[in-house]
Ligand binder design. Sequence first.
Ligand SMILES: Cc1ncc(COP(=O)(O)O)c(C=O)c1O
Length: 307
Amino acid sequence: MHDQETTTHSAEDDPRNRDILIYVDGELKHRDEAKVSVYDSGFMLGDGMWEGLRLYNGKWAFLDDHMDRLYEACKAVALDIGLDRETLVAELERTREANGMETDVHCRLMVTRGVKVRPFQHPSLSRTGPTIVMILEHSKPVDALQKKGIRLATVPQVRGLPMSQDAKYNSHSKLNCVIACLQAEQAGADEGLMLDPHGFVNTTNACNFFIVRKGEVWTSTGDYCMNGVTRRKVIDLCRANDIPVFEKNYSLVEAYGADEAFLTGTFGAQTPVAEIDGRPIGPDGGRGPVLTRIRELYKAAVAEDTA
Ligand SMILES: Cc1ncc(COP(=O)(O)O)c(C=O)c1O
């Protein structure tokens, strides 16, 4: 089994999470009482979209970017959220206030096509909906993520083409990613490094992936991977601060030979990658001056956005 402490979403245990209130379709329910129907489209088919958001100093970081992505994805699959953005954000705030939460909080905001009248696929069978759920938990990434870094294994599961299931859908169905994660676990790693259909390094099963070579930051073209909010912030911060950054195709040879490597995601911000397929990355476990600088810049950007 993998080391529980170093999966990319490992958070410190927080006893306050035992009694959180969860938003379910306008009602706030104790976590033990928060339930959705077995006929729900999200449960039955993975037919829904979600966002992972983070709270700092009482404010949701990069909230507009998350809402843009959610509403865009729902529009693309004709999933009517039923609430405008202001109302959805007001409901998120109501849930936050009811839980008395201020900082180091992670929210999983989920919207599904709703409850079906019969247990079959056709979207028109979802007559009561959508189903909207918001789980807000006290959540602090464990220190080990920064200290030890993450171990990646390249996995046989590849990223899909946009005309199959576009990777830009943050859909409830994450089976492609879950299979990649299982393969990584079986290979003794914490997370799977996924290639694109041409064999170029693309992303991991739950985060976006960057390498640093001779002071340059490289990440995939953006095709085949999640349009991560953190990924975009890192690229924009590099550009604004004269750190050379390239969205390009590159191979495993260049990833193994990187000086630094890191993952990006809302939960962990930037997490060093200590090894890929058993090869240590750089002289210092994936960390180095460029990642340190990016982490500082990102922290400042979050502080500015949540001031
Ligand atoms: C497959 C995948 N890649 C990357 C990310 C990171 O995206 P973000 O930076 O918006 O959290 C996510 C988060 O949902 C994801 O599911």
